[in-house]
Design a protein around this ligand. Sequence first.
Ligand code: MTE
Length: 319
Amino acid sequence: MLIKKPSDILPSEITSETNYLNRRQFIRAGAIAGGAAFAPGALGALVPDQRGAVLPDVGKSPLSTDEDLNSYEDITTYNNFYEFGTGKDDPYRNAQDFEPRPWTITVDGHAEKTGSFHFDDFIKPFDLEERIYRLRCVEAWSMVVPWVGISLAEVVKSLKPTSKAKYVAFETLHDPVRMPGQRRRVLDWPYREGLTIEEATNDLSILAVGIYGKVIPNQNGAPIRLVVPWKYGFKSIKSIVRISFTERRPRTSWNMSAPQEYGFYANVNPDVDHPRWSQANERRIGAGLFTPRQPTQMFNGYGEQVAHLYKGLDLRRNY
Ligand code: MTE
């Protein structure tokens, strides 16, 4: 990615600490008292708030790849999360003290169900699913990640977007006290991303809350991040606090920062090179030193599910 020169430290902000009641344990206790059965989906998604806790009731998905998985260590120590620094191991080192609870998600714009939701209430109606996806970064490296998440299509449907909603925009938390990388103006914070409503409601799009069956670590975007596997990794925005339904195409962070290098669609495309490097092949993280780079696949190999979304679009111009 393009790294801009660091500039002044932003004025600090003070965030108050509030005591947090673990509502889900409360609900679960109530459900037990009421004799509810614990079939998957009986309660919807239940995400414990302890780090690394095992996620209960996770279903499997036919949309998963059977390629070799990257190790938990690869996935959680080699990251891009500029809110915690621009080095690959900065997020792992600098995000350890980040507290992703309590967490509020605000929904606004052209939808019937808008407002602010506690994380637990937001995800509660949905089932947790494991989705093993390839992740292809625009920097030409890749991994295979066993995410656990909820279907974004289901989330969008439940929020009842109106006919004016053509796009879904996402924003990351903006809090330079808790996210020290935001004290440098490497990007115009908060990090922003967006999808067309058709992309957001494609079966492949998920909001991830876990990796390897456990609560998602901070450096990977706790407590909730987008995963759109046919697009370059920068579309998969982390630590989401706002979801907006818009009529016009939303502004997105890397496109704002370097429009000549990063487009809105950002579909993985081996035929369209980045202005500064080839996108024809990629380095699989964790592969041995002597393992050759592997060819990059159109739409990161997910063409069957998503190519129809771009029919008639010149993917060289709309990159
Ligand atoms: N989201 C936020 N908020 N900030 C970031 O810097 N980096 C993006 C994306 N989401 C980023 C982000 C990029 S460039 C990539 S490749 C993926 O996160 C990396 O996800 P991972 O660290 O879980 O592999």
